[in-house]
Design a protein around this ligand. Structure first.
Ligand SMILES: Nc1ncnc2c1ncn2[C@@H]1O[C@H](COP(=O)(O)OP(=O)(O)O)[C@@H](O)[C@H]1O
Ligand SMILES: [Mg+2]
Length: 313
């Protein structure tokens, strides 16, 4: 069976006009590759501003008007052209976006989830989808503005998964939810994967990602800097890139050690490693090398000239 989703060398840039006439190209995502097999949850984890939401929208051809994309995206082995993306969107492939503003403000919750269908089967599936997230049937008659933020998020997710999609792309699925509601949503995403769907989980929260992901792609300033299996995170020694180890050390159960400095704005680092400015192991080669490749390393991949050895931590 072909992978559900295969992204090869994807780059996204924006075209901007300086002072109204000088055209400027602003790269945001560079050479990203990612594969999701049926039944797999793949997490993309990175700090805010690293390009995660753009990736989620780019796959479905939903970039802002000035965004452009290069590289290839295959869905079930066939190119996902803009036309095909439009046909499959909301049906076989769903995006659960970061903001709840994507709910239609003029349509009652139930009508939105049923996509206007009124037959008994659609009604039953709608009620069951909401019930799964602890939302009672009375909510079906409400408009989005009558919902609390957490309730709106649950409705958004119920609406996305009601028709059993094959690929679920979810962008920061649980902000503003208590641990119980968040756990329910994550558990359900994992269940959908166990039933054969592919799930792309986009988040800044490594801890959350590790609760359900099989594989983790770590993003930094628009580049993949590491690919790892979820179990590699059981100790920092299993990880490969200094940034991934820093993320690991910043987790509450590993001491909350912050990383000083900030990620550069995507596209502002032309030469060398984008993490150089924050890396305690940085050497002259890291800054002078034109382009550091992502290469296979200990069963995963790493974009670092001097990846961490397993023994050191
Ligand atoms: N329409 C746009 N024009 C120019 N830059 C944009 C546009 N949309 C987003 N960006 C920039 O792209 C970068 C990545 O954004 P985003 O994907 O939202 O990051 P994340 O979801 O990881 O927080 C940010 O630095 C953001 O400012
Ligand atoms: Mg985002």
């Amino acid at each position: 069976m072909p992978p559900i989703l295969e992204i090869r060398d994807l780059s996204i840039h924006f075209v901007q006009y300086e002072r109204g006439f000088r055209r400027r190209r602003l790269p945001v995502i560079r050479d990203l590759s990612l594969t999701i097999q049926p039944g797999q949850v793949v997490a993309v984890v990175g700090a805010s501003g690293s390009g995660k939401s753009l990736l989620a929208h780019g796959i479905l051809d939903l970039l802002p008007y000035n965004g452009q994309m290069e590289g290839s995206i295959l869905y079930q082995g066939e190119p996902l052209s803009p036309r095909r993306a439009e046909q499959l969107r909301g049906d076989e492939i769903v995006l659960i976006p970061q903001g709840v503003t994507y709910l239609d403000p003029l349509m009652k919750v139930g009508d939105q989830i049923r996509r206007g269908r009124k037959d008994p089967d659609s009604r039953a599936r709608c009620t069951a989808a909401l019930q799964r997230y602890g939302v009672g049937p009375e909510v079906e008659a409400l408009y989005p503005f009558e919902l609390s933020g957490g309730m709106a998020r649950r409705v958004l997710i119920a609406s996305a998964v009601v028709d059993r999609p094959k690929l679920i792309i979810t962008d920061e699925p649980t902000p503003g939810l208590d641990a119980k509601a968040a756990g329910r949503i994550l558990g359900h995403l994992r269940e959908l994967a166990e039933e054969g769907a592919g799930v792309l989980l986009v988040t800044h929260d490594l801890e959350l990602a590790l609760t359900i992901a099989h594989r983790v792609t770590v993003f930094y300033a628009g580049e993949t800097i590491e690919e790892a299996a979820a179990q590699d995170f059981s100790s920092s020694a299993g990880l490969r890139h200094p940034f991934t180890r820093a993320l690991w050390r910043a987790m509450p159960q590993h001491g909350f050690h912050p990383l000083s400095g900030a990620q550069p704005y995507p596209g502002t680092v032309d030469t060398g490693c984008p993490f150089a400015g924050q890396c305690s192991r940085c050497r002259p080669d890291c800054v002078q090398t034109q382009r550091i490749p992502l290469r296979p390393w200990r069963g995963g991949a790493v974009r670092c000239l001097f990846p961490e050895e397993e023994a050191s931590s």
